[in-house]
Design a protein around this ligand. Sequence first.
Ligand SMILES: [Zn+2]
Length: 368
Amino acid sequence: MGIEELTALSRFYGADRNYIIAGGGNTSYKDDSTLWVKGSGVALGEITPEGFVALDRVKLAGLWKLAGAGTSREREAAVLAGMMGARKPGEEAKRPSVETLLHDLLHFRYVVHTHPALVNGLTCSRGGEGALRDLLGTGVLWIPISDPGFVLALTVREKLEERKRTDGKIPEIIFLQNHGVFVAAHEGEKIRSLYTTIMDTLRKKIKRFPNFENPLPAGAVPGAERGVELLQNLSGGRVVFSRNNEIAAVVKSPGAFAPLSSAYTPDHIVYAGSDPLFIEKEIDIEGAWKAHVEKTGRPPKIVALEGVGIFGVGSTEKAAALAVELFIDAVKIAVYAESFGGPQCMTDEKIAFINTWEAEQYRAGLAT
Ligand SMILES: [Zn+2]
């Protein structure tokens, strides 16, 4: 029970790439007076008890009154200041997860929030809400696409209250459109069994799984080594190449790339960018890069060369590899979403919010 169990749960899900990649996901444990939540920038897979921030729940409860205050930016800033102020003595060096208030809101002792590609195949699909009802019943809560942080916490709070009024039940599972899932329970074992049910149920409904066979290094693909060199010169950073059967299909034509041309979840924006650059065969790479930077105001983190493959671009090798990893996650989501009415990316408005969100920039900075 308690922090030891929370640490074990966090390491279990954090180390499994089917649930969590990059710095994503967060977990918590609570008693009546204290919430222990993952610190921002700590990797769940390697977390120790010191990686959690202890917060005063009475102080956290006082933050809901900020709902009506100022502009959304001012509100987010006030909530962040409030969360920092709720840290217990000795916790001053840590920064609580941006989803802290949502964790505190949930009625159960343990909360494990993850972003599995399988789950997001459903949350990023056109028929997601209906499919969820059919598969896991009406006891599971669906939250429509929302900005993360305080806005999301407010939305969940409202939906939970609505649910309490209508059927008196407290959902243990919450699916967030274009984001991921929250699973909550009083026992760690229950968290594990709920996750197993979710994953097994979804897996049975998938009509096609992505085919990542036949991976090829840049040296084995005509045009790839030149692409790496050119993109390294243009970006001044590092470039990681990727190609396998599924990626070959995705870069076959602009039409085949269309489901990957935007972003599915906030994590995809943070690590792989919201504007991947697709360059058709006859187009000059340097010209396309410059036009893209001019149009979007930032260099792309993913470049696709028609018929060649995918190039992750970053300031470091690690950042470039992360971009590729998140792109491959997006490929999985796009394929899984075919089983739920077809993929659906985030809206432009929600993407713009993430692109400028201070907390996300902070997290992206830590990861690199
Ligand atoms: Zn999340």
